[in-house]
Design a protein around this ligand. Structure first.
Ligand SMILES: NC(=O)c1ccc[n+]([C@@H]2O[C@H](COP(=O)([O-])OP(=O)(O)OC[C@H]3O[C@@H](n4cnc5c(N)ncnc54)[C@H](OP(=O)(O)O)[C@@H]3O)[C@@H](O)[C@H]2O)c1
Length: 362
């Protein structure tokens, strides 16, 4: 076996330029390990809408962009004093996961780089038969589901202790990467996921476990979903969070109200019913550190949300190993950092439907 290549002091990465725009840089310091983290030599990354949005809304020149990664572990630093829950990770393991890219609180943490430092308990080992280009798109949607389902929607069921009797949950935007992840988790948790998306993605969304799918361009959609669920809907996850989706979710929830989790900041005026408890679910909170952003995005450190996420990642690892979950459809844009820039431009244009863009780095 070849001895491992030495880790360089600096690396190639995509950072935010002076106005927050994605820019290739060749001399970015390679992240230094901290207790409870692993260093990963990046093999592929997948592109999230936030990789464009964060630099535009909260420019932080120099911050490394990117959330999702796939790669091999090249160094491990165990957590101080506690046995890391994922301490069975070994050097050279093929792993995927999520880091807090475009992070003003720590500009070194993005995934669009040759080396990525990740929190050990938010890393998944990729089973041998799992498609690598799908593994690279698991991290962010899983982390988002951890916050949206177990905090915002206050779900208590776990994969190992599902509901005895299914109850409906609405996933608005079922064809998004977050949507397909939430749908399959909800199904495993014993819920009955009902979704909305474009009619061209109906079959895809059903294949993740949605029992019924509604075209979000239909008129009086909220009423149709309320009728379909017999007024029993108490939980709605909104992966779109525009005015139409908010209106639909509020109209779908039954008369006693319920919980509404949404993935983008949106005006208070859209949330029209006091009986509905609305919560802006922010995946960044699950890293456990303070989210140093303005307005609704800023959050205090939440060790509890991190602990929940670590627990769900462990449960998800088991599901992955047992072949019980699948990844979102993907399209490989190309190879190398230039292809990331190309993919980000495509994502920004709004032309990507029902798939996650992936770029090979190595
Ligand atoms: N709060 C958080 O922590 C967090 C975390 C992750 C993502 N997000 C946000 O959540 C949203 C989804 O992210 P993602 O990565 O899962 O998305 P994605 O995979 O890129 O979603 C693409 C899909 O969005 C659907 N879509 C786009 N505009 C729509 C509209 N106006 N109405 C209904 N559907 C629409 C399209 O569905 P069809 O092709 O079926 O039309 C498209 O297939 C983004 O806004 C993202 O920024 C937030």
């Amino acid at each position: 076996m070849q001895p491992p290549a030495p880790i360089p002091a600096t690396q190639r990465a995509i950072i935010q330029g002076p106005a927050g725009q994605p820019t290739i840089a060749n001399d970015v310091p390679t992240p230094v390990l901290r207790p409870g983290t692993v260093l990963i030599k990046t093999i592929a990354v997948s592109l999230n809408p936030s990789d464009n949005k964060m630099g535009a809304a909260f420019p932080c020149p120099g911050a490394v962009i990117g959330m999702d990664f796939l790669g091999r572990i090249v160094d491990i630093k165990p957590a101080e004093g506690v046995e890391s829950p994922s301490s069975d990770l070994r050097l050279d393991d093929m792993v995927c996961g999520v880091v807090h890219g475009s992070n003003p609180g720590d500009p070194t943490t993005g995934s669009f780089a040759e080396y990525v430092r990740a929190q050990t308990d938010l890393v998944l080992r990729v089973p041998e038969n799992f498609p690598l280009e799908q593994a690279v798109a698991l991290g962010t949607p899983l982390l988002t589901s951890c916050v949206a389902l177990w905090s915002s929607l206050a779900i208590t069921a776990l994969p190992e202790s599902p509901l005895a009797k299914p109850v409906p949950v609405l996933v608005y935007g079922g064809s998004t990467t977050c949507g397909t992840m939430a749908i399959q988790l909800l199904k495993i948790l014993g819920y009955d996921p009902v979704a909305t998306c474009s009619s061209r993605n109906f079959d895809m969304v059903k294949s993740y476990g949605a029992s019924a799918v509604f075209d979000y361009t239909a008129t009086d959609l909220g009423h149709a979903i309320k009728t379909h669920t017999g007024g029993r809907l108490r939980h709605a996850l909104d992966c779109i969070a525009d005015q139409a989706s908010t209106t639909c979710c509020y109209a779908s929830l039954g008369r006693p109200g319920g919980r509404y989790a949404y993935l983008e900041a949106s005006p208070k005026e859209w949330k029209t019913r006091e009986a509905v408890k609305a919560d802006f679910a922010l995946a960044y909170e699950a890293f456990g550190h303070e989210v140093k952003l303005d307005g609704e995005y800023g959050r205090p450190a939440s060790p509890e949300k991190h602990e929940t996420a670590a627990k769900i990642f462990r449960a998800f690892q088991k599901l992955l190993d047992e072949g019980k979950v699948k990844g979102h459809p993907t399209e490989v844009v190309g190879h190398g950092f230039e292809s990331i820039l190309e993919g980000l431009r495509r994502l920004k244009s709004g032309s990507v439907s029902g798939k996650r863009l992936v770029v090979w780095i190595e």
